[in-house]
Design a protein around this ligand. Structure first.
Ligand SMILES: NC(=O)c1ccc[n+]([C@@H]2O[C@H](COP(=O)([O-])OP(=O)(O)OC[C@H]3O[C@@H](n4cnc5c(N)ncnc54)[C@H](OP(=O)(O)O)[C@@H]3O)[C@@H](O)[C@H]2O)c1
Length: 196
């Protein structure tokens, strides 16, 4: 049973300046196992409905009524989302691809992550990078990636997509809750970029 489960809306409403490399501040949200695994054969390696709810609540909630957040994802992650859930509702959907010919209804398409972040920053409340492995890697190497919202699943699964190493640059800031599903324990955590 989950002991949380409130939304992680940041209560700090102070406008944040763009960081030194010119990127606006953003967050990444991911569910990872004990080996930082996050995907297998284009799917999630686990079935964790509490995490899907946590993801939807967190990325949808805004401080200001009438605003939306952006969910920015790689093309492969976009293609794993079943048609009935596409686009992710009540959020601005954005997809990163190197293919200039590629497009999809319901999302803005960008050639790179910095371009997506810069373009969407003024239009949404919070920028969330939502995967997968390739795009998390691009995100976490940026100072502007100020927060990781991690569901840490305390078990190891067979995976072929991984979250990058993050503990050198981030510190645990807040434990939002924990629970277990079919005997598998997990915790919802916020990790903040060191030095902020
Ligand atoms: N556990 C979680 O929280 C979570 C969250 C999301 C996804 N996932 C899982 O992660 C897996 C997918 O992750 P993935 O790493 O294979 O793929 P991905 O990061 O979702 O998407 C990779 C694609 O992004 C584009 N891309 C990558 N780097 C780029 C760059 N520098 N510039 C422009 N475009 C770039 C390319 O698209 P083109 O090939 O079109 O150029 C590339 O094929 C799936 O198994 C999914 O279920 C897990």
């Amino acid at each position: 049973m989950c002991t949380l489960c409130d939304v992680t809306v940041d209560k700090d409403t102070t406008p944040r300046p763009a960081r030194s490399n010119g990127l606006p501040p953003f967050k990444a949200i991911a569910a990872i196992d004990e080996g930082r695994g996050l995907g297998m054969k284009g799917d999630l390696p686990w079935h964790l409905p509490e995490d899907l709810k946590h993801f939807a609540r967190t990325t949808t909630a805004t401080r200001e009524a009438g605003r939306q957040n952006a969910v920015i994802m790689g093309r492969l992650t976009c293609e794993t989302i079943p048609a009935k859930y596409w686009p992710l509702k009540d959020r601005r959907n954005a997809v990163i691809t190197r293919n200039p010919e590629w497009s999809i209804e319901g999302a803005d398409v960008f050639a790179d992550l910095p371009g997506a972040l810069r373009s969407l920053a003024s239009q949404v409340e919070t920028l969330y990078v939502v995967g997968g492995g390739q795009i998390y890697r691009l995100a976490v190497e940026q100072d502007a990636c100020e927060e990781l919202i991690l569901t840490r699943i305390h078990k190891r699964y067979e995976c072929d997509a991984f979250f990058p190493e993050y503990k050198d640059n981030y510190e645990l800031y807040e434990k939002l809750g924990e629970g277990a599903h079919d005997g598998v324990p997990y915790s919802f955590e916020r990790w903040r970029r060191k030095g902020l």
